[in-house]
Design a protein around this ligand. Structure first.
Ligand SMILES: Cc1cc2nc3c(=O)[nH]c(=O)nc-3n(C[C@H](O)[C@H](O)[C@H](O)COP(=O)(O)OP(=O)(O)OC[C@H]3O[C@@H](n4cnc5c(N)ncnc54)[C@H](O)[C@@H]3O)c2cc1C
Length: 431
């Protein structure tokens, strides 16, 4: 009987199937491995790409931060530029805003909120122009700048003295259509463009101008940043930008105002017109703020600056979190941050003013070379007396001059600002 099953051929067949299956399995495994390896390579290369992208982004961000941080010290234009007064607006008693448009019609460069403009005013045609600085009081706009000026009255108890020259010139002689010569925005007191940590902005009297510029900019351009604004005035008559502050307070989520009046009028209503009776001081800050963990920007009259800035330090605010500007001499008592004149001027030395032909003994008793020169009858040019406008730049022929605070503009290696400069040993100045 013929076998129903050919066991021998079946054995070979099974062997063939088995081997085929093994080969197929191996091929599938190989293919799977290849796919796995290819996917891993792809993932690795994607991760590498992502990492390279992250490194690139980080480098780009830090380069941008550097550029943004360095930009404010470079001038947007050099020399004077003509501006026409487009409008003059009364803001409070003795206080007016001036809206300035460029005569050349070109868009205005962006400034950093907190910076100021420098004006050369021909107050007396027989004298050299008077140089004065005024802070920009609005946020950056391409078509106009706004400054706000309080007329400087004689100091209390000295009514016989004249009103301030520059501010009175503005109030009496600068009307719509007048043309003014203006230097590019500058100044080292400005809202840090690289930091969006919460800020406390403190302004009193006319010192509100740079502070308001910062507050408006934060409200309009930096919704992620929180700002508490503390503003101090005598009363509602002396309170500029009242409506603008109320609107900002009501309409912006991230900017809140706290208004202090030191001498409210009978009609001024606590809770409606102002929030606190008295000065802006650390006691008030502590009532309103959740902590001292903020960046502080301060601008106000010398009395406030002399008490508030040291009080912030005493409250534990780190030096690096306090920025301030005084609208007057740079050396307001108690505010020197960088180094004191005692640190720098080590005892007596000789200061030679080459052009004036005077060689004088410096004994360290003056706040600046400018004060020293004036006291000795050596006339030097000056503007802001705060190290900001550059009007008092002189060349140092030999020796060293140190600055008691950072100059508000770039200087050549051999230049100094006499209003914030003190000699470090014998010096010869081209002045
Ligand atoms: C960076 C910076 C920004 C500024 N921003 C602003 C701003 O936004 N708004 C603003 O209004 N100001 C601002 N200022 C101040 C401004 O630059 C002027 O200093 C201010 O207008 C006073 O100048 P003036 O020419 O009117 O007064 P000055 O003629 O310089 O007189 C100053 C004061 O001295 C008094 N005086 C006159 N003669 C005598 C005397 N013999 N003895 C004693 N006192 C006398 C005057 O009555 C006046 O009160 C800023 C200053 C700086 C440095």
């Amino acid at each position: 009987m013929e076998a129903l099953v050919d066991w021998q051929s079946l054995g070979w067949q099974s062997l063939g199937w088995g081997l085929g299956a093994i080969l197929l399995g191996a091929a599938v495994l190989q293919a799977l491995r290849a796919v796995y390896v290819a996917r891993r390579r792809l993932r690795a290369s994607q991760t590498g790409c992502a990492q390279r992208q992250q490194v690139f982004d980080r480098q780009l961000r830090s380069a941008l931060q550097w550029v943004r941080a360095a930009k404010p010290i470079f001038k947007a234009w050099s020399g004077p530029r003509s501006f026409q007064v487009a409008a003059v607006v009364d803001e409070a008693v003795d206080c007016k805003s001036y809206y300035l448009v460029p005569v050349d019609g070109h868009p205005l460069p962006r400034f950093e909120p907190g910076q100021f403009l420098t004006f050369s005013l021909l107050v007396d045609p027989h004298q050299k122009p008077l140089v004065r600085c005024y802070s920009l009081s609005d946020r950056p706009h391409e078509d106009y700048y706004r400054i706000t000026i309080k007329q400087a009255r004689p100091p209390a108890g000295n009514a016989e003295l004249p009103f301030g020259l520059g501010s009175t010139y503005f109030h009496q002689n600068v009307h719509a259509d007048k043309t003014l010569k203006v230097q590019s925005p500058q100044g080292a007191f400005f809202l840090d463009p690289t930091d969006d940590a919460p800020v406390v902005l403190i302004g009193a009297g006319i010192g509100i101008t740079p502070i308001l510029s910062m507050a408006i900019t934060i409200a309009h351009e930096r919704s992620e940043q929180t700002a508490y604004v503390f503003a101090g005035f005598g009363n509602s008559r002396e309170h500029p930008f009242r409506r603008q502050m109320q609107e900002l307070h009501a309409n912006s989520e991230n900017v809140k105002f706290d208004i202090s009046y030191s001498r409210p009028m009978p009609a001024d209503n606590l809770g409606r017109d102002y929030d606190h009776r008295g000065y802006v001081d650390v006691a008030r800050l502590r009532q309103v703020l959740p902590s001292n963990n903020f960046r502080f920007y301060v601008c106000g009259p010398s009395g406030m600056m002399e008490t508030l800035v040291p009080a912030l330090r005493a409250w534990g605010v780190p030096e690096s979190h306090i920025r301030f500007e005084a609208f007057g001499p740079a050396t307001v008592k108690g505010m020197k941050q960088v180094r004191t004149t005692d640190d720098i001027a080590e005892g007596p030395c000789q200061v030679e003013f080459l052009l004036a032909g005077a060689s004088l003994a410096w004994d360290g008793g003056f706040e600046s070379l400018l004060d020293f020169a004036e006291s000795q009858g050596v006339p030097l040019d000056y503007g802001c007396r705060a190290g900001n406008c550059g009007q008092c730049i002189v060349s140092v022929r030999s020796g060293n001059v140190e600055h008691i605070q950072a100059p508000g503009m770039p200087l050549d290696e051999n230049q100094c600002l006499t209003c914030i400069g003190v000699p470090h040993g014998d010096v010869v100045l081209e002045a």
